[in-house]
Design a protein around this ligand. Structure first.
Ligand code: ZN
Length: 346
């Protein structure tokens, strides 16, 4: 009898999530996997970087698990079948949909972790049309579906609940408007290049362009600057004291792992606007709705580029130029306008 038949995986479930549920259900699975864990290595900045047990089939976790449980390729290949775009890092995958988790409980299964929640552009649940929540306390990332459920059953309220800013941002009309835009970007991001030609006309942006714009918008703050525009969104308007002592490439690469879901919403929508996935008009409409919470939805691409030019040295700019140079060739007037704003005045 195959393990998949004994404990079927759910649609869109992550590999590690399925393994966790099998471990809870069958003691023999738990014993077989004793000592197996997701490994980490220090990067050049001394930061721990974890392997990816859900999207990297060659990770030692996947290799250990499949060999110890004697899984056939048919049993685990399907967890890794689709090519993902930019993902949150393994440690940063803490965003989930409460309604999905509640559905699992109602359906009598241990809440499982969805692959779509791991994507950096996933900010709303497409099924429940609801913004993702976040696990607040550090937990063992294996089995975090269950952790999410136990945490929000104990602490159901958001820390800023009841404040003017929170009420404005979380109002039904604003969340609906944000959802409509963010989901268009999410669907565009997950679609094939052919489908994009149909929806966006001849001037098709590619995922690589999106990822770079998104990295610039979510760039982590350093000692020298306040980070990408997304970091300007905050309920509490507190000065952000935590600044990262890292180099420019790290700040670009990891900012998206560090921002919260609301900041990510702003980044997703602005990146969609820069590349023309969303029109200036529909994004501009948000400008008066969000009041002073995030005063950037009405900016032009040139102005957005200008605001993203957070260099602390000419080396940073050279690095950015090399990233732009590596993008696949494509003529995109909108992206060019953004890049013009990124060029420092000499
Ligand atoms: Zn959901």
């Amino acid at each position: 009898m195959r393990l998949l038949d004994l404990c079927p995986a759910s649609v869109d479930e992550c590999f590690s999530s399925w393994i966790y549920r099998c471990m809870i259900k069958f003691p023999w699975v738990r014993f077989s996997l004793e000592g197996v864990s997701v490994k980490a290595e220090s990067d050049r900045c001394g930061e721990l970087v974890y392997e990816d047990p859900d999207f990297d089939i060659s990770s030692s976790y996947v290799q250990d698990v499949t060999s110890r449980l004697n899984l056939a390729q048919d049993d685990y290949f399907r967890f890794f079948d689709k090519k993902p775009g930019k993902l949150l890092s393994w440690q940063s995958r803490r965003f989930y949909c409460r309604d999905c988790v509640m559905d699992d409980i109602k359906n009598n299964i241990l809440p499982y972790w969805r692959r779509s929640w791991c994507s950096a552009v996933c900010v709303f649940c497409p099924l429940h049309e609801k913004k993702l929540s976040s696990i607040r306390f550090n937990c063992d990332p294996i089995g975090r579906g269950w952790r999410a459920f136990s945490e929000f059953s104990r602490y159901p309220y958001h820390q800023y609940q009841g404040t003017r800013n929170y009420n404005l941002w979380e109002s039904e009309s604003l969340q609906k408007a944000l959802y409509d835009l963010a989901i268009q970007v999410f669907e565009w991001y997950g679609s094939s290049e052919e489908a994009r030609v149909d929806s966006a006309g001849a001037d098709v942006a590619s995922t690589a362009y999106f990822d770079l714009v998104f990295e610039l918008l979510t760039q982590a703050p350093s000692l020298h600057n306040s980070g990408g525009l997304s970091w300007s969104f905050t309920f509490a308007f507190k000065l952000r004291l935590g600044r990262y002592r890292k180099d420019y490439s790290w700040l670009l690469e990891n900012g998206v792992n560090e921002v919260d879901v609301n900041q990510r919403v702003c980044g997703v929508i602005l990146a969609g606007k820069v590349l023309g996935i969303l029109s200036d008009e529909e994004v501009g409409r948000l400008d008066c709705m969000v009041d002073d919470l995030f005063p950037y939805f009405g900016l032009s691409n040139l102005e957005l580029g200008f605001r993203c030019a957070n260099y602390s040295s000419i080396g940073d700019y050279d690095y950015l130029l090399s990233r732009i140079g590596r993008l696949p060739y494509s003529s995109q007037a909108r992206f060019d306008g953004f890049v013009a704003g990124l060029t420092p005045e000499m």
